[in-house]
Each structure stands twice: as structure tokens, then as C-alpha cells.
Ligand binder design. Structure first.
Ligand code: SPV
Ligand code: MG
Length: 283
């Protein structure tokens, strides 16, 4: 089911982070309904900062690896749109070319800086951001979903400003609102949701308020959650452990049974299709 249909039908959706073809395949295999193509995680996998250091064409190349390898829908983290409305138009055109139909953009400046770095980051003007929303929707067409991300609470602005911005983004054509927060409880996003009154579907990113249960979000009118960076962080954890063990032991003896088998690896790549393909075209 597309992200647009999921939103229309008020489905509860977990968007799991992926940052390349392999992690996207794992997300799909586990059973998630949709992918969050995280800017932070994609940049980190290249060893780059989450400050638009990676070019948007490099991001498109990674997204193509994902869409080539999976069937579930992808919600792309479009940062602040990679520039002005012209860059938004170009980016959305390229997304359509690789069969991706959902993007989130945030009301920060270009180049953006990750929301968990520094304080009081400057926001884009409402007018400029609304024009980016319109450009994305006009370019994407009817089946393209645009999620507008409100950074007001992250940037130390008032709840009233966050709500005003969300209303303006709705008027500009956004299909849903992502209300971002860096508090260590969900109180602030729940307060937003209470005032918002389901005018559009809501997304939350519980990276900092990780103790909150999914059911509590649903009880507060938030059906869409983004687990934003947990596969890249678990891969860092696991890769470090394995590398340190091999380095210290000068042997594989303590790692062989604590890592994926080669068959598991083959099953995550196009190798899994070779029997069928050989039968069809190489007999
Ligand atoms: C990302 O995953 O790249 C995000 C979420 O944008 S956050 O890192 O919380 O800004
Ligand atoms: Mg991001």
C-alpha cells in the first residue's frame, strides 16, 4: 500500500530507517510497512556530516539502490529541499524517475544542520517554505505525498508558532505534518497534537523520547512514527565490536558465530534471484 493510501486510511505506520540497498532489504524482510530514507544515516554511511555535505545526486544514487531492491514504499528525507524551489523541483522529478512517491522537507535553511546539533537554528520564512511545498506537490502530481516538517519546537520557538506554521503548510498543500522535538519526553508533541485536532495526519520522531510506547502516540492522535537512525547506529555498534575482536584476537574464532552467515548475506542481495534467472535465461 502506498504511503498516500496509508495516510488516507489512517493506518498506523512504522517508518524504519534505511541508508542503502542492503539495509532497505533488511527493513522489508523484517516486515515493516515503509522505509525512512534518513538523511543523517545516508550521510553517516558515507562518512559525511548531516549538513548537506553529500550532494543531492549522491542521495538519489543511494535511493535508487533502495528502490531497486525492495517493494515497500520509501519516505525520503528531503532535508530543506537541497536549495531553493528549483532544487526541490529537480529533486522531485528524479524521485519520480526512480519510482519514489513520498518526501519530507523541513523548514530550515540550506545547507541544513542536524536538529540535534546546536540551539535555536534559524528557520526558513513561512512564505519561502510554502513555495517549496507547492513546487514539490505541483511537480510530483496527484500520487506524490509531501510531508512538511515543523522545526519550530526544536528551534526554541513557541507552540503557537509551531501550530501557525503547520496551518500554513497545510494551506500550501502538505499531506501530513511531522512535528519534531528534542525533549526527552513526548509531552510537547502530545500538546501539539491536542491543539492540531487531526487537521492532517501527524508524524513524530521519538529519537530522544524513546521511552514512549506506540500506543501512547496513537492515543494522542499520532499514527506515524519514524525510527530515524537505529540501523546505522546498530551497524556502528556491531561493526566496531567485530573489528575490535578480530584485531585483538588475530583470529576469527570469537566472531564466526556472532555474525550473519554468508547465506543470509546472499539472501539480501540479488543473488537470491539467480536460480530463477538462470532457469529463465541461461538454460
Ligand atoms: C534524519 O533521520 O535524517 C532526520 C531525523 O532528519 S533527525 O536526525 O532527528 O533530524
Ligand atoms: Mg534528516
Amino acid at each position: 500500500m502506498s504511503i498516500q493510501e496509508r495516510l488516507k486510511n489512517k493506518k498506523q505506520t512504522q517508518f524504519m530507517e534505511a541508508h542503502n540497498g542492503l539495509s532497505a532489504r533488511i527493513v522489508e524482510q523484517v516486515g515493516f510497512e515503509a522505509i525512512w530514507a534518513s538523511g543523517l544515516s545516508i550521510s553517516a554511511s558515507m562518512g559525511l556530516s548531516d549538513r548537506n555535505e553529500a550532494s543531492w545526486t549522491q542521495v538519489i544514487n543511494i535511493l535508487e539502490q533502495m528502490s531497486d531492491n525492495i517493494e515497500i514504499p520509501i519516505l525520503v528525507d528531503g532535508d530543506s529541499g537541497f536549495g531553493n524551489y528549483l532544487n526541490v523541483i529537480r529533486f522531485v522529478k528524479k524521485l519520480k524517475n526512480i519510482s519514489i512517491n513520498a518526501m519530507c522537507i523541513e523548514d530550515k535553511l540550506f545547507p541544513k544542520i542536524n536538529s540535534f546539533i546546536g540551539e535555536n537554528q534559524e528557520l526558513a520564512s513561512v512564505e519561502e517554505f510554502c513555495n517549496k511545498i507547492k513546487a514539490a506537490k505541483d511537480t510530483g502530481g496527484d500520487n506524490f505525498t509531501l510531508i512538511a516538517r515543523v522545526e519550530a519546537l526544536i528551534s526554541g520557538k513557541t507552540m503557537a508558532e509551531a501550530l501557525d506554521r503547520a496551518e500554513a503548510y497545510k494551506q500550501a498543500g502538505a499531506d501530513a505534518i511531522l512535528i519534531h522535538s528534542k525533549q526527552n519526553t513526548a509531552i510537547e508533541v502530545f500538546e501539539f497534537s491536542q491543539h492540531w485536532k487531526e487537521k492532517l495526519p501527524l508524524f513524530a520522531v521519538p529519537t530522544k523520547y524513546y521511552n514512549t510506547k506506540y500506543s501512547e502516540f496513537v492515543d494522542h492522535g499520532i499514527n506515524n512514527l519514524i525510527w530515524a537512525n537505529h540501523l546505522i547506529r546498530s551497524s556502528i555498534y556491531s561493526m566496531k565490536k567485530t573489528a575490535e575482536t578480530i584485531y585483538n584476537d588475530k583470529s576469527l574464532i570469537n566472531v564466526e558465530h556472532n555474525i550473519s552467515t554468508l547465506d543470509e548475506l546472499f539472501n539480501l542481495t540479488n543473488e537470491r534471484n539467480m536460480k530463477k534467472l538462470n532457469k529463465l535465461y541461461n538454460s
